[in-house]
Design a protein around this ligand. Structure first.
Ligand code: AP5
Ligand code: ZN
Length: 213
């Protein structure tokens, strides 16, 4: 399947992605994860993206479209994919349509992680991630077996630099202003499945499975 995951920061996109990937054998492309890796490695791309990311603003459309275009060439992404955090502007959505049209394919479904803003601060400020895999934990909702340590690799967990209450405000503003129109864009095409993203993770997984069956 070819899927898009849209939702505000902390709505659970990264949490549900591995489960969808395992079940439907897709490739998981998370622009945020790819950008953070570029920032950590101080690549030219990372240097360009860092300032906007630290402020909770979107990086330029050209930059992320380039990343996705390149990543979709991977053999593992030919039969299906999950786009997590992309497209985030209407321009990005149009570019994606063009990209897929050239390959003679299209997106099957857009999963909308609908949730009230008020819930997100606690999710964001309690999150710990394993940077190299993108796995995320939460001190209260999804604690690792050993505090501060990744369950799978035993490596240390870190907090994202943009996971503060302060930066969250800008990220939410960017979401409402630039990304909500993307949901309308796909709604008009009848492609959107709305999820109750405020529910516990297992219940959200069940809704995802229902939407994809
Ligand atoms: P990105 O990394 O995409 O961040 P985001 O969209 O803000 O989303 P998050 O990763 O914060 O949330 P999530 O939905 O994955 O939540 P998670 O599952 O981890 O982007 C970062 C930055 O990169 C952007 O600000 C921008 O600068 C740039 N960028 C990226 N893509 C771009 C693009 N296309 N264009 C331009 N710029 C771009 O869950 C959060 C926490 O809650 C976790 O601790 C988790 O354990 C917990 N949790 C999850 N589900 C539940 C549940 N159901 N109940 C209770 N707790 C839960
Ligand atoms: Zn994420």
């Amino acid at each position: 399947k070819r899927l898009i995951l849209i939702g505000p920061p902390g709505s659970g996109k990264g949490t549900q992605s591995p489960l969808i990937k395992d079940e439907y054998c897709l490739c998981h492309l998370a622009t945020g994860d790819m950008l953070r890796a570029a920032v950590a490695a101080k690549t030219p791309l990372g240097v360009k993206a860092k300032e906007a990311m630290d402020k909770g603003e979107l990086v330029s459309d050209d930059l992320v479209v380039g990343i996705i275009d390149e990543a979709m060439k991977k053999p593992s992404c030919q039969k299906g994919f999950i786009l997590d955090g992309f497209p985030r502007t209407v321009v990005q959505a149009q570019k994606l349509d063009e990209m897929l049209e050239k390959k003679g394919t299209k997106v099957d479904k857009v999963l909308n992680f609908a949730i009230d803003d008020a819930i997100l601060e606690e999710r964001i400020t309690g999150r710990w991630i394993h940077p190299s895999s993108g796995r995320s934990y939460h001190t209260k909702f999804a604690p690792p077996k050993v505090p501060g340590v990744d369950d799978v690799t035993g490596e240390p967990l870190i907090q994202r630099k943009d996971d503060t209450a302060e930066v969250l405000k800008s990220r939410l503003e960017a979401f409402h202003r630039q990304t909500e129109p993307v949901i309308d864009y796909y709604s008009k095409k009848g492609m959107v499945a709305n999820l109750h993203a405020e529910k516990p993770p297992k219940e959200v997984t069940a809704e995802v499975q229902k939407a994809l069956s």
